[in-house]
Design a protein around this ligand. Structure first.
Ligand SMILES: [Zn+2]
Length: 223
């Protein structure tokens, strides 16, 4: 691992498109893309020690505790050579503080925090377009991140399903929870936050985000 490797965090309500943008940015900058959903799924599939531990909570329908999530993230961060993009983490203040300890220990720094904001109307529309694979649990979005074949998982070729928590009334409750959890994070990262309006098309949003990287060394080298 290179010392002082830099990272970018994406924050934003569910459905604001942060996963899509984070992935685009990781490809663009050649940074590691660290999505908590993906890395958790991978650890579970590979039956690593951490994966098995996480699975024991998931099987009981419980959230994987922060401490285990942080260990999984640390493991993945240690593999990032050029930089890293975090998608879906941290979600709460205790997670952000735990993440900071890991970053310090591994000589990593968060350089920017993009806060993707969206109107409630747009969020509801996008989230109710979300589908999940019943087999591998991979998440798709029929609008922003569709599978190759119509409503079928790219990996398992089974029909995607709509989760109960992607129904409209549940989405509204989720948004309230999100607001309560995330507001402290916006304060915590206030010096690094760049707010981006997320209602535009994914391409336009990405252009906007890129415009904030123009001062960065890596961007200059690449362009
Ligand atoms: Zn699948």
């Amino acid at each position: 691992m290179v010392e002082g490797v830099k990272g970018i965090i994406f924050l934003g309500p569910p459905g604001a498109g942060k996963g899509t943008q984070a992935k685009k940015m990781a490809n663009f900058l050649n940074y590691s893309f660290i999505s908590t959903g993906d890395i958790l799924r991978e650890e579970v599939l590979k039956q690593t020690e951490l994966g098995n531990l996480a699975k024991s909570y998931m099987e009981k329908g419980k959230l994987v505790p922060d401490e285990i999530m942080l260990r999984i993230i640390e493991k993945n961060l240690q593999d990032s050579k050029t930089g890293f993009i975090l998608d879906g983490f941290p979600r709460t203040l205790p997670q952000a503080k735990g993440l900071d300890d890991i970053l310090k220990k591994n000589n990593l720094v968060i350089e920017k925090v993009f806060y993707l904001n969206s109107s409630e109307k747009e969020i509801v529309k996008r989230l109710s377009s979300r589908r999940v694979c019943p087999e591998c649990k991979k998440v798709y979005n029929l609008i922003t991140d569709p599978p190759e074949k119509d409503e079928e998982c790219d990996l398992c070729n089974v029909k995607l399903i709509k989760r109960a928590d992607d129904e409209e009334d549940v989405i509204k409750t989720r948004l309230e929870v999100y607001k309560k959890d995330t507001e402290p994070l916006l304060k915590y990262y206030r010096e690094k936050i760049i707010e981006i309006e997320g209602d535009a098309s994914p391409e336009d949003v990405f252009e906007k985000i890129k415009s904030f990287l123009k001062e960065d060394d890596y961007y200059k080298k690449k362009n």
